[in-house]
Design a protein around this ligand. Structure first.
Ligand SMILES: [Zn+2]
Length: 198
């Protein structure tokens, strides 16, 4: 299909977003044409502002508009605990829970030799600096329950061991509403490992 240039440019831009194929991109582009001009301007400004005003916290790596981020600069939080996660979205998920009052460290990925991602490609070195500077007593390794996440947790735990800081791994249990018989072996063995006193 041949579109006028401004439309094909817009379609190309939408296609750069994750999960957007050519059909959806075309639908979105034509939708933009039906929008009022000020709505389009607000939308484009929101895109540019988000990009310009957001960055990563120099301490924990979480996405933020101030540096250090709101979590790192919150004096009421427990600085003796750092929860290590793979992605900024994990911080947001854990914060929603409201049960955790410690600090975070975002790795921006996990070690995956298959994809050529080594320890130097994730945000680990700044974690080690933090462990030297701050009064951390416990490192909670909350990387994903995948092969890469497990390998990353193992790597960090080995790295940190000599410092005497306690490292813990979150328990990956069974999903609520799930049936024991349908759980895979890894999930079941993790659930068993993570058992606690009742
Ligand atoms: Zn931070």
């Amino acid at each position: 299909m041949h579109y006028p240039e401004p439309i094909s440019k817009l379609i190309d831009s939408f296609m750069k977003l994750p999960g957007i194929g050519p059909k959806t991109a075309a639908r979105l582009a034509f939708h933009v044409l039906t929008m009022k001009e000020d709505a389009v301007l607000t939308f484009s400004k929101a895109l540019v502002d988000a990009k310009r005003n957001l960055g990563y916290c120099s301490k924990c790596g979480h996405i933020t508009d101030i540096d250090p981020c709101h979590i790192c600069s919150d004096k009421s939080r427990d600085g003796s605990m750092i929860c290590v996660v793979q992605d900024t979205k994990d911080v947001i998920a854990l914060e929603k829970m409201r049960d955790y009052n410690g600090l975070y460290h975002v790795l921006h990925g996990a070690i995956s030799p298959m994809d050529g991602i080594g320890p130097e490609d994730i945000n680990v070195s700044s974690l080690l600096v933090r462990l030297q500077d701050e009064t951390v007593q416990e490192l909670i390794l909350a990387t994903n329950p995948t092969i890469e996440g497990e390998a990353t947790a193992m790597y960090i735990s080995r790295l940190v061991k000599p410092s005497g800081i306690r490292t813990t791994r979150i328990a990956h249990g069974l999903p609520v509403g799930g049936d024991l018989e349908y759980a895979d072996e890894v999930t079941l063995s993790r659930a068993l490992e993570g058992r606690r006193e009742l």
